[in-house]
Structures are given as structure tokens and as C-alpha cells.
Design a binder for this molecule. Sequence first.
Ligand code: NAD
Length: 517
Amino acid sequence: MSHTDVFTNEPFTDFSKDENRQKQLDAIKLVESELGKEIPMLIDGKEVWTEGKFNSVNPANYNEVIGVFQNGDASHADQAIEAAYKKFQTWQHTSAEERAGYAFKVADIMRRRRFEINAWMILEAGKSWAEADGDTAEAIDFMDFYGREAIRYSGPQPVTPVSGEENQLFYIPLGVAAAIPPWNFPCAILAGMAAAAWVTGNTVVLKPAEQTPRVGWVYMDILKEAGLPEGVVNFVTGPGPVVGGRMVEHHLTRLISFTGSREVGLQIYEKAAKTPPGQIWMKRVIAEMGGKDAIMVHEDANLDEAVQGVLASAFGFQGQKCSACSRAIVHESLYDEFVEKIAEAAKPLTQGDPRELENYMGPVVDDEAFEKVESYLKIGNEEGRLVAGGEADRSKGYFIRPTVFADIRPDHRLAQEEIFGPVLAVIKSKSWDDGMEIVNGTPYGLTGAVYTASEENQKRAIRDFHVGNLYVNRKCTGALVGAHPFGGFNMSGTDSKAGGRDYLLLFLQAKLASVKI
Ligand code: NAD
């Protein structure tokens, strides 16, 4: 594909085809043969090893070590930022076409290595085949989309003509970007946030989440294969507060691109506001954070469709998507029937080792996530009525059954706090206005959906449902690059709209040159 083609979304793999199933099984085998390998950090193209190590493990079987990683510290963050700063002096002057060319190459390599990338996510993040494949497809989309966008932004921008002057406004990169992704889209978000920075001429220090560094290393390997010059993206591993913390503080960091929890996002936002000695700019922060996403089911909804939409949004990838539905707000006229149907639909969902295609759900990502979700199962039992799930089993991996609590009140903790697991709170509403008040009654505003047949209501929802991404009569997960630019309001973040036409502007600054003629 050349960049002159119109952008289209990468199709998902059809695993009902024997051929594709076989390819995925082969890739899982290949990846299994590489488990437990030690992976370095990469600074200025050089491998860096430390004495201390940490393991990444398979959450479906925590005795299986996925990889051994370097336990970097603040000094490694310093080295990486200094290397990136040095590289920026030349990289910033490369043409947008050249940089976009690398993005298109990366997309092509990802297409070729798709099943392998999927396999790493199946084993390291506990994604089902379909979820892993969707993650890889999104990463490919980001490369293709941002490549085109970088070219679009590289030309002179319109300014008002003034006689006797030649004026031009154009965009230049910012400098060193600290890229701090989460584990839940270990390929798409990591690759997307890093690429948005380098394709616009910034250089990058990338620190993958501690749970999924191996997927991050696949991305580094792909960048190498694509021929991206050394030092443009530097890879450091280690504890978030130590390595990531230093990346945020460093006086040569110009831009921070973070996706993760509200707690860490707010800390970063505050820290980044400081101007340590030697820092001659104010850092820019892009922070995409948590959610308490709701689906509102009105009295005129198609109930069966609503149940299916809530089910997929609440339990796909074990509810560990920032866009996952964790609240179903249901009109009283449908409430009892909805509760019965969602409970019946949740109970038979298949769950187990995601290596097996038939498992719709896998484990939650680690022991911390398991304990957190388990604590909310207790709270749910106190606050509401358990109608499905509630079982948690960590004998081998971190498995929690899809759980539904009915009769949750809007002020309950289950209705207010992000759990980030397969736990759905069902809340009764008395009317449209009551439902909308509940919907908007949390500090978050990431995604949401409404099920209603009436066009009038749909318009009201579009106006009043205060979220970055609103869906009508469909699930609230599964945003597509280009089609559904993604990002939330309020405590869900800076509404950066990843995968949208405004996104790359966040990685650029505008310069005006006026020449007297
Ligand atoms: P997290 O905040 O624990 O970690 C995110 C990243 O920050 C990791 O790389 C981690 O190592 C790093 N980090 C941790 N402490 C740090 C510190 N003090 N300084 C600098 N970096 C630090 O989040 P997580 O558990 O990886 O991800 C789950 C969260 O991400 C959920 O809240 C979810 O809603 C959110 N999320 C949001 C979006 C979105 O687009 N809004 C997308 C995906 C995930």
C-alpha cells in the first residue's frame, strides 16, 4: 500500500478459517520456543544489561516465564533521554515523507508478523485470539494513519495574505518524548503513542508496562527490521515509578505521552508542571486515563441487542479495556428482564487459557489486578445482589468469572470506582433524565452507549451524555482508528483523540516565518 491510497482499517483475521487457525497455532508454538529469554534495554541502538532483573509471566499460568527483563533505574532513564536528545538534533530535520515511509514499512512488517504478535499478546497479556488480533490490527492502523497524517501536517498551513510579506506557518516537532503506555493494549497503544511521536520528528524514550514488556520488545524488533535509525526510539524497562518517574522529571524531556490509571496520570500531570534547573520549556502532557463507562438502556430499547452489547462491552478481554462497560443503567420497565437476561448470558461464557481458541475470556493481568477485583467482589456483595459469577480462582492463573451485581445505587463504590475487571454493576433508572444523571454522575467521561429506538432520544443522548466516545445502539468498546478517534473527558484524560486528525498536533508546535519582500 502506498501512502497516497485512502486510509482504510485493517481487516480482522477470520479464525473460522482452518488456514488462519493453523497459522495462529504455529505462531503460538514459535513463541513458546522463545519463552524465558533475557531481553535487554536498547539505548542509542546499544543493548544495555543490568544486574537486577524482573520476569514477565503468563497470567493464565503464572509459573510460565515469558521473558526476563532488565530492572532499569533512574540512571538508565537519564542515559536514554540524553541519547534521544542527541538524536533529536538530526532526526527533527528528516522529511515527513521519509519518516512516514518508516511507518508504512512498520505496518507492512506487522501484517507479515501478525500471528506472531498476536501470540505474544495471548501469552503475555492473557488476550483471547480475537482480542489479540484486534490489538495488532489497531497497531497497523495507527502506523498507516499517522504516516499519512504526518505528511498532511508537513506542508505550509493557510495564513491570511499580507502585501509586502511572504508568510508561512508550519509545524515542527517538540523534542524528546517520554512514552509511557499501559499493559492492556500492549501493542496498539504502545506502538501508536511511540509512532505518533517519531513520525512527527520527535525522538522517543519508550518504557513498556512491567506486565507486558515482551510485546514492547517485538515492536522494537520490528522498528529495527524497518530500518528506523538507532536512537530514534530508546527502550528502557523497570519499575514505573522509578524509570517512568525519572523520564517525567528529566529536564530534557519535552513531551510526555501517558496512558494508564487516573492516579498515575494525575501524578505525572503535577510533576510535569515543575521546571527543574536547565529546563527551558514547559512540558506538554498527553494523559489518557481511566473510565467508569456506562451503557444506558432506555424503555424503548431493543432488549436483546442491549444485552448483547453490554455483555461484549463488559466481559471482552475480562473487562480490562478503558472503554469497557462497567455500569448498565436500565429503565425500570425493563430492569428485571434485563438483569435476568444478562445474568443468563454471562454464566456460560467460556474462560480459561487463551491459547485455546474456544476460550472467550482469559485471566486478569496479574496478582495485583486479581486482588483488586476480588476486593470489589466483596464490596459488590455488600452493596448489591450477585446474579452471575463472583468466583475467583488463582490456583494456576488469575481467573475471575464474569460477574454481575444488580441493585447497585449510583452512589455505591461499585458505581463510582474503576475496577478494571469483569465486574458489571446494574443500576435501575426511573426515567430518561434520571438515567442521564446517573450516566454523568462520576468523575470520568471516556466511553458510553445508549440503547433507544427513538431518534429524539438519540439526539438528546448525543447532546447530553458527556463522554469522549459515545455510541448509539451498539457496544461501547472497539473504537476503530480514523472512524472513532478515541479519548475521554474529565478524569478520563486530556481527550487527545488517538487515531483522529487532531492527534499529531499534540506532538508538534507551530512556527511562523514572515519574510519581507
Ligand atoms: P498504570 O497507571 O498503573 O500504569 C501505566 C504506565 O505508567 C505503566 O507503564 C507504568 O509502568 C507507568 N507508571 C506507573 N507509575 C508511574 C509513575 N509514578 N511515573 C511514571 N510512570 C509510571 O496503568 P495500567 O494498570 O498499566 O493500565 C490500566 C489503566 O489504564 C486503567 O485505568 C485504564 O482505564 C487506563 N487506560 C486508559 C486508556 C485511555 O485511552 N483513556 C486506554 C487504556 C488504558
